[in-house]
Design a protein around this ligand. Structure first.
Ligand code: FE2
Length: 305
């Protein structure tokens, strides 16, 4: 652990609110493990596993996020994908890099020093994970939401990051969040072009990034150069509680009951949390498709699904 090490991620900690989107700065852009040669080596170690996706991307913001990887895998080697990244509309996604001992240390190096700052407002950090995206110029990560807090850190090239407030029900409904937390479905998370004007927009280059609270909708466009980005994600007591409440609300909806908005009725939220916790403890998080494994297991690092 690196609790006393220099913080490589900086933000205005006095103004930090775990529920608010925030710009960050970082000193990881020159880290050797985030340079192309080491990413090729990691990609080779991950080849043939669920940790590595390489795919072509002609998708726009309105594409279904899950479909992009499923429908356009290019099945090329890591080396070929990276060599062609300048010309091809290609992506390489290294998922759950914490499964590799070297990269797990990198995640700790980045998160350990800021953990006390985060936990002052948002205690119980667990389920750490790292995701590395290598993408061609002018590619789009379609509009979607994620199950945990995330810190996007730009390493190489530029990106335009559009993020919307997590509670913006115009952009992403309560129903969409319920379905997503309970069944990991993004079908109700639907892009509309007019959303752009109400987004927080960050143009990030190396050394810059964005903190995104759980289920803040986002969409990302790469600039004129190939892009390397690492996203660090984690759960906390509050994200766990929020996700559990959404899981229970999804079940209520399926029984024909319209639940209230999560966060608006503290007593109901506590009852939902208690019910969902008991259910998940008894039955697990469901089989197909599952709620986030972080709800069943409070492990230090995320478990690859
Ligand atoms: Fe994301």
């Amino acid at each position: 652990m690196h609790a006393n090490a220099t913080a490589l991620i900086e933000m205005d900690w006095d103004a930090f609110d775990p529920a608010r989107i925030k710009a960050v700065r970082h000193q990881l852009a020159d880290h050797p493990l985030l340079q192309p040669d080491q990413l090729v080596a990691l990609g080779k170690r991950f080849q043939g596993t669920s940790h590595l996706f390489t795919f072509n991307n002609n998708a726009g913001a309105d594409a279904n996020f899950d479909d992009v990887a499923r429908l356009y895998p290019n099945r090329r080697s890591v080396t070929d994908t990276l060599q062609g990244i300048n010309e091809a509309k290609a992506w390489m996604l290294l998922r759950h890099v914490q499964a590799d001992a070297t990269y797990q240390k990198l995640i700790d190096l980045a998160l350990d020093p800021i953990k006390p700052r985060i936990e002052k407002h948002d205690p119980g950090m667990y389920y750490r994970a790292g995701w590395i995206f290598v993408a061609s110029p002018h590619t789009v990560t379609p509009f979607h939401i994620d199950r945990n807090h995330g810190i996007l850190l730009q390493i190489h090239g530029t990106k335009k990051v559009y993020v919307w407030d997590a509670e913006d029900a115009e952009v992403c409904s309560e129903l969409a969040r319920d379905c997503f937390h309970s069944r990991h479905e993004l079908d109700e998370v639907k892009w509309r072009e007019e959303f752009r004007e109400r987004a927080h927009v960050f143009e990030v280059g190396p050394g810059q990034g964005v903190y995104m609270p759980i289920t803040s909708p986002h969409m990302v466009e790469t600039g004129d150069d190939p892009s390397i980005t690492i996203s660090l994600t984690y759960s906390t007591n509050a994200t766990r509680r929020n996700a559990m409440e959404h899981v229970l609300h999804d079940l209520l909806r399926r029984k024909g009951i319209k639940p209230p908005t999560v966060g608006k009725h503290p007593l109901l939220d506590r009852l939902s949390y208690a019910s969902a916790s008991a259910m998940i403890a008894m039955h697990g998080v469901g089989s197909r498709p599952p709620a986030c494994p972080s709800l069943a297991r409070r492990t230090a690092y995320a478990v690859a699904d």
